[in-house]
Design a protein around this ligand. Sequence first.
Ligand code: NAD
Ligand code: IPM
Ligand code: MN
Length: 368
Amino acid sequence: MRTKLSITVLPGDGIGVEVTREAVRVLRAIAEMHGYDFQFRSEPIGGAAIRETGFPLPPSTLTACLGSEAVLLGAVGGPEFDSLPPDRKPESGLLALRRELGAFANLRPSASYRAIEDCSPLRATVVRGADILVVRELLGGLYFGEPRGFTSDTAALNTMRYSSEEIERIARIAFQQARTRRRKVTSVDKANVLETSQLWRKVVTRVGREFPEIALDHMYVDACAMHLVTNPSRFDVILTENLFGDILSDESAVISGSLGMLASASIGGKVGLFEPVHGSAPDIAGRGIANPLGAIATAALLLRYAGGMEQEARDVESAIAEVLDRGYRTADLVRDQRTQPVTTEQMGAAVVEALSGIADRRHAYHAV
Ligand code: NAD
Ligand code: IPM
Ligand code: MN
């Protein structure tokens, strides 16, 4: 475990800026409570960086990320950049950052919280106890395959490409994660149509033999999309390729009831990249009402994977559950007219308060 951590903060665009502020507030509180030395350095990315420098990932931002021990990112993108070609959009800055960091394993946990079961469009009996980890391959597939581009004004092309090595390394991460959970991996593909998926299935099956204690099954992605909303409790770890993982992880937000709850960690590379699953949410940006709990849960993942601070990570996760138990709701979590929503900032402050209560209780327990 470290007690010093240098963190590059990339707030990005829209609500990315708002939720990241609260995640940093929680990290500062952890540092203060435990006497740790966390250094924060903020850099532009995405639309903010395009406005400042003309580039979505300025070299100075990349250098700062590579020189730090963790990267905390808000979100990138916005409607004013919609008409730019893909390689100049804010999103291309994020994709380049993932590639440069070598962060190929994207972990996206999604669980139901008892206190906000009513937020899910699914029946409480369906979501209760659901606890999924989507392990998304992050550096391959259609996102990065070459050739790509417009071949004329009326035709365009993207390439789906995977090598055995790329599949093997992400499969290994999924099986290792399953060991710490309920020991089940569902590998999701489209092997009835795609050769890349046939290779995926073959390699995952082979890697699975190294993990005899883990139950492995395979599922087509269309069926998985259905099972996720009819019986999410049947899943433990979902292992899948880049684009399927992008789609299925957003879909898994129905379990907690809001995309604003979901966190992610991208590991396996030179430096870990930590970002909530949601985007810049232009429809609510600038109003101070975004849900910061996904970004705060992302800070917990940063503590766990970049800092090796398991107890501190769990404390942040307990603090999130506690504020929900106490009735704090941002607007996306309000289901009845009588509940007054809290702001992004109030939610962040409530988490910090809950955290200090958790630390005090542990202190009192040890003192007895
Ligand atoms: P989005 O995730 O930004 O928003 C989808 C819906 O969820 C919106 O209604 C939004 O208000 C709501 N929502 C998302 N996060 C929320 C939160 N924390 N609190 C409350 N409500 C929340 O997806 P989108 O609208 O399709 O995309 C907007 C922009 O974000 C696009 O430019 C897209 O490319 C980008 N994007 C970036 C990332 C990222 O940087 N990691 C991820 C996804 C989308
Ligand atoms: C995500 C986002 C990104 C992705 C975009 C913004 C490039 O949707 O992190 O889920 O597709 O990976
Ligand atoms: Mn996405």
